[in-house]
Every structure is written in C-alpha cells, then in structure tokens.
Design a protein around this ligand. Structure first.
Ligand code: TRP
Ligand code: SF4
Length: 332
C-alpha cells in the first residue's frame, strides 16, 4: 500500500488523451493504494493569471470528468490545491533549498516557455511563478509525503526535480523525513490527436470525455487515414493509416483489429465505413462514463461536497507534515 499523489491543471474539460494516458491509471491504482488526486488551480494560474473568468468552472469540470471516468470518492481523496494553503508555505521552504539552475534546465518548463513566447499576448513574459512550477509541484507531492506519482511522460522531468529536492532537503537538514517519490507511468499506448499530432485542446484535434455521441462520431470522420489510398478498392496499408487504425488498436479487441487489417489490405473496406464503425465503437466504450458525467452534472451539490470534504481531509494530513517540516528546519 503506497501513498499516491497526482494532479492535473484545471484547463477545462478533459479529453481522451487525459483519460487513456493518466486517469485510467489512477482508477486502477485507487483499489489498493491510498490515493490523493487534486486539481492544480495554482499551476493553471502560472500561465492563465490574466484570464481567470472560467477558473471556478474549470475546476468543477475537471472533477466531474474524473468522477465520470471512475475515480471513486469512497476510495480516493479528491481536493483542490488552492484550498490547501499549507502547500504555499511548504513551497516557500522548498524554494529556499532549490538551486536556480535546477528550474532553469527543466525541459518541460523550457517547452512551456517557448510556447508562451510565441504568443502575442500580455502574458508572453515568463513569470516568477511559472519558473517555480516544478518547485510548487514538489510541494504538492511532498505535502503528503507521497511515495509514488502517476503521471504522463511529459511530467517525468518535473518529478525528477522533486526527487532532487527531496534529497537536498533531507541532506541539508540531516533528516530522512521525506520519501523520494517514484513516477508511475501508464503502459497503455498514448493516443494521438485526430490529425496525428499530440492530442491537445489547443491543437483542436481532441475528443472530449464530455462530447456527445454525435460530435464524437463527426470528429472521428475527420481522423487521418492511409494517405496513399484514394479509392475504396485501393489496397490499404493499416500501418500507414496514421490515426484511424491506431484508434482501432486502442479501442478494439484483437478480433476486430484483425478484421479491419485484413479487409483494409484487401481493399474491401472503405475508410468512411471504417471510421463510422470506429465512431460507434468509441461511443460504446465511453457510454458508461458519459452517463455518469450526466449524473454529476445534474448533482453539482454532490460534486462540491466531494471537493469540500476531500480538501478538509487533505488539509489535516498536510498540517501534520508541515508541523514536522517547521520543526526540522527550526522555525519559530
Ligand atoms: N503539472 C501537472 C500537469 O500539468 C499537474 C500537477 C501539478 C501535478 N502538481 C502536480 C501532477 C503534482 C503530479 C504531481 O498535468
Ligand atoms: Fe485506415 Fe480503416 Fe481506411 Fe484502412 S480502411 S486506411 S484502417 S481508415
């Protein structure tokens, strides 16, 4: 039984990349671990501090998507980062022991900075808060003294910094109080966006958990196929079918994938039909999730209560850790 912490930024409704890449992993882990999952609304602020009108709704949407996906509030604790002020205090202590060049060389942060600089907006500046992104993440994880952090590959560099900060803290204060958290990667293949790039809201190539069946089916009709195929009876190459066949491999069972493959290769399967079938398969897979989503949308009181009680419980745990940390450092 490990203590597990992970979070997601509140950047609006989640898509299948989030679901298959991260949330499914969380759902499996919650059965035999002590799991804490939180909405990182402070991390959302690092790039959205000048556009806060949807902040509250974004938090709710993320939590509803989690509950719909099978995060069970009886098993896992769900909370909101900014409701745990102890994290901000721990962030201060960690920022003191973190050398500046550790954050400067964080590759994920470098990518975020590049994207920001390419935007023509008032917040194309990299703020002090954004530079502190991996330190704040470390505070999230260390606040509960977690052993493991299930994340997508893009977050692993951050977790490496957390491990460095843990070692440095323990060294400086001659303690073994903090655990070195392990990143836990999901072994399921990552799903790409409909255009073959990484699935992302900002690329407009995503399928949302909350999309209707009609929208899902329509979006899937735009998925890229084998570009060399012009007519229905051209022989197809599933391995060159950049998106649609990959989705079959994610959502279909072995028999379905074999059928698609051989019919495509023989030129007896048209891409439009193929994607129509794929659309219904994806919708089938998401049916239960979407039913649950509808339930929570209609029971917002329940959602808010889950957040409130989860945050209350987390705060008590955080206070225990913070007391110890203040003591270790020697604060007044
Ligand atoms: N940076 C993560 C993301 O963009 C969210 C996050 C914030 C997080 N703090 C964390 C994830 C701590 C794991 C642990 O999705
Ligand atoms: Fe891809 Fe299906 Fe078209 Fe073959 S028939 S190229 S698998 S979409």
């Amino acid at each position: 039984m490990q203590r597990i912490v992970s979070g997601m930024r509140s950047t609006g409704r989640l898509h299948l990349g989030h679901y298959l890449g991260v949330i499914q992993n969380w759902v499996n882990l919650q059965n035999d671990n002590e799991c804490y999952f939180f909405v990182a609304d402070w991390h959302a602020l690092t790039t959205k501090y000048d556009n806060t009108k949807d902040l509250r709704q974004d938090v709710i949407d993320v939590v509803i998507d989690w509950l719909a996906s099978g995060i069970n509030p009886e098993k896992s604790t769900i909370y909101v980062q900014s409701l745990i002020p102890e994290i901000a205090e721990l962030n201060i202590y960690l920022s003191m022991v973190t050398p500046q060049n550790w954050v400067e060389r964080d590759p994920t942060l470098k990518d975020m900075a590049k994207i920001l600089r390419s935007k023509e907006s008032t917040n194309s500046q990299i703020s002090y808060g954004l530079m502190g992104y991996p330190v704040l993440m470390s505070a999230d994880i260390m606040m509960l003294n977690a052993n493991a952090v299930p994340v997508g590959v893009d977050q692993v560099a951050h977790i490496e910094i957390t491990r460095d900060i843990v070692r440095r803290f323990n060294n400086i204060y001659k303690t073994d109080f903090f655990n070195e958290p392990q990143p836990l990667l999901n072994h399921c293949s990552l799903i790409c966006g409909l255009d073959g790039n990484k699935m992302s809201k900002s690329y407009n190539n995503d399928i949302k958990i909350s999309d209707t069946e009609e929208i899902t089916a329509k979006k899937i009709m735009t998925a890229i196929t084998d570009r060399s195929r012009l007519r229905r009876d051209d022989l197809g190459h599933p391995d060159q079918c950049e998106v649609a066949f990959k989705y079959w491999q994610v959502f279909g069972d072995n028999a379905q994938v074999e059928t698609v493959k051989s019919e495509c290769e023989k030129g007896i399967r048209g891409c439009a039909d193929c994607k129509r079938q794929l659309g219904s398969l994806v919708n089938q897979r998401l049916h239960e999730i979407r039913e649950r989503r509808k339930y929570y949308e209609e029971h917002l009181d329940e959602v808010n209560e889950i957040i409130r009680s989860g945050s209350e419980k987390t705060r008590l745990e955080a206070q225990k850790v913070l007391k110890e940390v203040r003591n270790i450092i020697g604060m007044y």
